[in-house]
Design a binder for this molecule. Structure first.
Ligand SMILES: [Zn+2]
Ligand SMILES: [Zn+2]
Length: 207
């Protein structure tokens, strides 16, 4: 059995995958795209099931990028881009699509290839604010999506303290009451993990 392209808690997406699994058996489309900085793209809100043909590879791959497309160079015929064409850079090179804002990354002095990895080959994430990718150890961090309820009840305390701009001791007093009422995505608390030292950063997103 080839690996599933995505693993999701969404019944809708799981249903779409079941269809896809039988209809594309044996195809190279069965291999999930690998995003260095977004290991769980199904948690980003950026990839959704779609029957449309990708404007880059001219193939209906079952999934498409769901967030706003930013480019100065989109022809009228452009419809959608699949996650595979994001991962291999085809969407960026063919259509000049930029998936993430490079300014925040540039301000942090990251190397050009890291910045390009995030801006040109990594799906963004659904947020109220402009997605500001977290960085650590001279690299961009992995995006892990919304904090789960389980994680909210057993959080990384240092990350909570930094998010609340308080001490760990103070965070441990105030956070449990919030965690008891926490519903993922209402508001979103995004989790980033450093690829080198595994430091966790939480990023709160409000309208
Ligand atoms: Zn494609
Ligand atoms: Zn680090």
């Amino acid at each position: 059995m080839p690996p599933l392209p995505f693993v999701s808690h969404s019944a809708e997406l799981n249903g779409a995958m079941a269809t896809r699994r039988t209809s594309t058996s044996g195809s190279k489309r069965m291999t999930a795209p690998s995003f260095t900085y977004c290991p769980h793209p199904e948690r980003s809100g950026a990839i959704e099931p779609s029957d449309e043909v990708c404007s880059c590879c001219n193939t209906a791959r079952g999934y498409a990028y769901a967030l706003d497309i930013v480019s100065d160079d989109l022809p009228d015929s452009f419809r959608e881009v699949c996650p595979w064409c994001i991962a291999d850079g085809l969407a960026a090179s063919n259509y000049g699509i930029v998936f993430n804002d490079p300014d925040v990354l540039a301000q942090r002095g990251l190397a050009k290839d890291i910045i390009e990895g995030i801006t040109l080959r990594t799906p963004s994430y659904s947020s109220w604010q402009t997605a500001a990718w977290e960085c650590h150890c001279d690299d961009a961090c992995e995006f892990h999506g919304d904090l789960t309820v389980e994680e909210a009840h057993a959080p990384d305390w240092q990350a909570v303290a930094e998010m609340l701009n308080s001490s760990v001791a103070s965070a441990q007093k105030t956070w449990p009451e919030y965690a008891a009422r926490y519903v993922p995505a209402d508001p979103s608390i995004f989790k980033f993990v450093c690829r080198h030292c595994q430091k966790v950063t939480y990023q709160i997103d409000t309208p």
